[in-house]
Design a protein around this ligand. Sequence first.
Ligand code: HEC
Length: 643
Amino acid sequence: MTVSIKRVMVALWCILFSAALSAQTTESSEGTKQLWQLMDYLAVDYGGAVANGEIVSESEYAEMLDFTENAQKQSQALPEHPSKAAVVASVDQLREAVVNKADSTEVAKRAHAANALLITAYPFPVAPKNLPNLAKGAELYAQVCSTCHGVTGHADGPAAKGLDPEPVAFSDHDRAQSRSVMALYQVISQGVAGTSMVSFAALPEDDRWALAFYIGNLSHDDAIRAQGEKLWASDASLKSYYPDLTAVTTITEVAAAEKIPAGTARALTAYLRAHPEAVETGKPRGLDLARLRLGESLQVLSSGDRETATKLALSAYLDGFEPIEPTVGARNKPLLLAVEKAMLNYRSMVSGGSEAEAYAAASQLRGLFDQVDTELGASKADSSTTFIGALTILLREGVEALLIVVGIIAFLRKAKQTTALRYVHAGWISALLAGALTWFVSTYLVAISGASREVTEGVSSLFAAIVLLSVGLWMHQKSSADRWQSYLNDKLSAAMSSSSAWALFALSFIAVYREVFETVLFYSALAADGNGAALLGGFLTAVGLLVVIAWILLRTSARMPIGKFFSITSIFVAVLAVILVGKGVIGLQEAGWISVHPIAGPRIEILGIMPTAETVIAQIAVLLIAVVGFAFNYSGAKKSKAA
Ligand code: HEC
């Protein structure tokens, strides 16, 4: 065992030494990570150097002294930070304890305290980004690690025989209790130089975390995990010791036992490492999370860090407010719009305004959050509200999709391209199926994140706008009747090319899917109120109305003379492109992909009009293209008539 500890230290020395040499080039988070590791090892291994105030191993003790001296240097070299002095002082205290041959519990305590300060002041990734997949961890362990560390972690695998140093026995509780998941993760990622424990950095980060959580639990059994589960469920005060995944990752059982009874510490460690998701439940969500992030954003802003403040403001919106947006929208649309506007306003103040302006924007936002609270807290919607909600949402979303699809169908009929119709039908039918799938996935499998919603809406709107604009220009060009006739004569016999067939499919798919996507989100919010029959009633009524509208549109367009149909449709399609480009930019602004510069002006949601420079510029650009294109077509038509 002594040998293996020394090896670890040798490995560490190499890391530290090279870090010292390349101090300028090393990233500061790397330096922090190393200091952290250093003190973590100290806490574990000091017991092998000193016992009861007596040196048990001269060489071990000498290395402990070197360690602490190095930790002191590292802490002094940390970048400037308000808490830097406190970190340096706590490392000094640790050094002092080692010099005075203090008891190992005292040294471990000081090392943990110093590390806690370090992590708060210089956060670095110490927790997995995603919840570890423990089943995957077990599988990988059996495949890759058990040959040395043994199937049950007793270091008795077939390849372990004769290895020097021996593999670590993860089932050894005495050792395991002073190993954090984070420390295990570090060894898996870096290996131990000069031993048969090689680096597994080639495995994906998530897999290494899964392994670390899995092996960090091999010294516990199911009984103790079950005990931990009971404690966690019954004693809410324990949650404060493990507020998040980072805590589960960095806190050792020994460190926890300094604050809670040892038996409890052991049971909780066993349970939480097996069920890390438990710390994530009951976390602030929705408005609470939005308020929290907004507060953090203001705090960071006052220290002048606009970039982080912007990130936090975005998170307030995307992680906090967005998930409840459909519910708010179904209950009180104007309030939803007001919150969205205030959010955008706050973000633009954070990135460009004065601090006072940002505070004003934030307090306006807080007032709106309170209104949302009242709105959501109000008794659930009654069935007539649900009916009207379901009806108007589907009508609103459906008409837009209908106009595009019916437009294409009418056009193809006029052009006598009836074979191409099946691509259009395939497009909207698959969009409806995809919508059903989306509903299923979002209800049963994953929560669609705020960002991906906005990005989907934004990108699909922009795509539809571009296609519509080109279709509109093209139609307008053909809209003088004689041109149209000659076009028909040329093209009638020619089969549809496969690329234009795909374009038709894509257009009708996207036109319908983007509306279905919106509708699904709103409907799942309405469904939460539990008025199933009213929801279905509203849905069916809206579908009936949409069928009637489609029929009227198709009939009127069929009766219209070709030239008139084309000039009306082309203008209409261009207008639609202007609206959609506005909506697309709004979506991407809400996802934080495009900046926001508010200007004075009205907000007309249905026309995609928002008082921001970006949306207005995009809409004007599309409008200009359409107008110039139309004028060009017009003068071209005049010329050819004159000729
Ligand atoms: C070829 C044999 C071998 C294989 C395979 C192997 N290890 Fe190791 N491992 C060792 C040895 C030997 C040590 C002890 C190194 C030392 O003395 O510091 C060790 C140490 C460790 C430690 C340090 C534990 C502690 O408490 O400090 C961790 C963590 C670890 N191994 C994880 C793994 C994981 C996870 C895998 C599979 C992905 C794995 N090992 C595969 C031989 C192996």
